[in-house]
Design a protein around this ligand. Structure first.
Ligand code: TYD
Length: 207
């Protein structure tokens, strides 16, 4: 048996963090060995790259530099954390993975989904999520959640149509990977969303 790789995706403010912890607890209680991680980050080197990417001082960062840094952080993360955990038959739950790059850099920054996918193939090698939970949320609701957080990082404080483009990009993502991606209706209460996720996960584990 090989482990299982689950990635969690969605726009900023879609409520992923709370649900990811609940999912980890649920699966741990069922006896699974879980590795919970996130991108950009997850390793010491990747966390350093994360700080460079999200630093608000780095206003002049070019989109291509940004895309390469996300991919660099991912390459280290895949080698150091994800591959070993899968080898040990763990369930890896990753807060964001390659789809974030496809949408934020491919669409949001206008670099093109195909270019970003090719770039990331080098970083990920053959490590692709078995299942991706895509949080589908109302744009106004996500915006409010984000604003309540205060202290926004470089990506979160991006102006113009960037976040709208990201939102619309995520809507199209499921069409690209209909088998791998399952949509989670994320507008409901914490409990409702959690139940929906558990149903999807149990369905997946049974099949
Ligand atoms: P984070 O604080 O982890 O955001 P969230 O809590 O919403 O997941 O910051 C990560 C930011 O980086 C987020 O705005 C999405 C963005 N991002 C990309 O643009 N490309 C990527 O490949 C990844 C992994 C994240």
């Amino acid at each position: 048996m090989k482990g299982l790789f689950i990635s969690i995706e969605g726009p900023d403010g879609s409520g992923k963090s709370t649900q990811i912890k609940l999912l980890r607890d649920y699966l741990q209680n069922k006896g699974y060995d879980i590795a919970l991680t996130r991108e950009p980050g997850g390793t010491q080197i990747s966390e350093k790259i994360r700080n460079i990417i999200l630093d608000k001082e780095n206003k002049s960062m070019h989109s291509r530099t940004e895309a390469l840094l996300y991919a660099a952080s991912r390459a280290q993360h895949v080698e150091e954390i994800i591959k070993p955990a899968l080898k040990e038959n763990k369930i890896v739950i990753c807060d964001r993975f390659v789809d974030s790059s496809l949408i934020y850099q491919g669409i949001g920054r206008g670099l093109g989904i195909e270019n970003i996918y090719d770039l990331n193939l080098f970083a990920m090698q053959d490590v692709i999520p078995d299942l991706t939970l895509l949080f589908d949320i109302d744009m106004c609701r996500a915006k409010k959640r984000k604003e309540n957080r205060g202290n926004l990082d470089r990506l979160e404080s991006e102006k113009g149509t960037f976040h709208e483009d990201v939102f619309n990009g995520y809507k199209k993502l499921k069409d690209l990977y209909p088998k791998r991606i399952k949509t989670v209706r994320a507008n409901g209460s914490i409990k409702q969303v959690q139940e929906e996720i558990i149903n999807i996960i149990n369905d997946f584990l049974e099949n």
